[in-house]
Design a binder for this molecule. Sequence first.
Ligand SMILES: [Zn+2]
Length: 242
Amino acid sequence: MKEYTVRESDKFICIFTKSNGKLMVNAPYAKRHNRGLASATEVFVYGQFVIQENRGNYKLIQVDIIEPFHNLRKDLFKLAYGAYILEFIDVTMEENLASANVLRLVIRTFQAMCSGAIKESLIRHIFELKHMCLIGFMPNVFNCNICNKSYKEIDHLCFDISEGGLVCGNCCDLEGAYCHKISRGTLRTMQYIVSVHIDDLFKFTVTDEILNEYGQIITDYIDYYINKKFKTLEFIKDIETI
Ligand SMILES: [Zn+2]
């Protein structure tokens, strides 16, 4: 969904598709505002894209908009968070790697942001954990990752990022750089996110305390397994301190 202007009237757009994953597509004439493609190729637009392929080059022919997600462009916070979601997809999904579930997750995430029922930062962290699960980095949040004890029998809960999830008080190395103490509320939040269907993800809210604790853990988790700097996160930090 990024834009690259090529000539005065053309632009390249990046589309995340259900069947072909991420595609760079030439959208001829899309910069001319009197042509129908201009608004249909704006960032965040969800629709049916008719694309012609010619020797590995893709050209946009027509778009039927399903959901333009206008609200994401009207509010600076939503715009920043929406851009982060797209950057996250861009960084973590290789070209042509298709995933209907990832597309579904992005759509549900944008819908949650537009509805405004829950905080953008919680939506962001829910998206992050679910997306990590979809691309093969699901943490084990039900048993100690070392001795396999069930979370129900653990008194002192810890989350060890390098171990890939929950560890019990006996196994955890609190001196270790990757170990966090985790409250039962935060653990429950993570258990819900990893196990629930994508359509039911954005149906809860949490206290600020849990949001902060969970936000720290998921941010460190992504840092460890993805290890990329996200430009849009810098922007989010900037506008949140204004
Ligand atoms: Zn253990």
